[in-house]
Ligand binder design. Structure first.
Ligand SMILES: [Zn+2]
Length: 133
């Protein structure tokens, strides 16, 4: 027999028990219990719209922040990309979210590469001038 813990008093109780025998607290229904399947909830267009809007906003904010606040842009882009991949896994195509988040990441990587190149260039010029002395 499998046991679970009471949500109120923490006592070990039967997995199938609806109430705790110790304190009487109602227990959440265990979805892993055999025979019971959660009610079917079709993914409504409203839900999909909200998810896609979230990745859209995250992607746009990511691109804007990539120029001004790279750390925030990076966080937004990564979250947007993960969310859009999740949307795709759930059967919701979210190409816009992926493209925007991907673009934000490309801009961020490009920024980092450019800043490294410029600092190397600056260092090279500094060495060049220094060798003149
Ligand atoms: Zn209890």
């Amino acid at each position: 027999m499998q046991n679970k813990r009471c949500t109120r008093c923490g006592a070990s109780i039967d997995l199938a028990a609806g109430y705790c025998p110790h304190c009487g607290a109602q227990q959440p229904i265990s979805y892993t219990q055999g025979g019971y399947t959660p009610p079917y909830q079709p993914a409504g267009p409203r839900c999909q719209q909200q998810n896609n809007t979230a990745t859209l906003v995250l992607g746009i904010v990511g691109i804007i922040c990539a120029f001004f606040v790279p750390i925030v842009g990076c966080v937004c882009a990564v979250i947007g990309l993960v969310m859009s991949i999740q949307n795709s896994k759930n059967g919701q195509s979210d190409t816009t979210g992926k493209l925007l988040s991907g673009a934000a990441l490309v801009i961020l990587v490009g920024r980092v590469v450019l800043s490294i190149l410029f600092s190397l260039l600056g260092f090279g010029l500094f060495l060049g001038f220094a060798s003149l002395w």
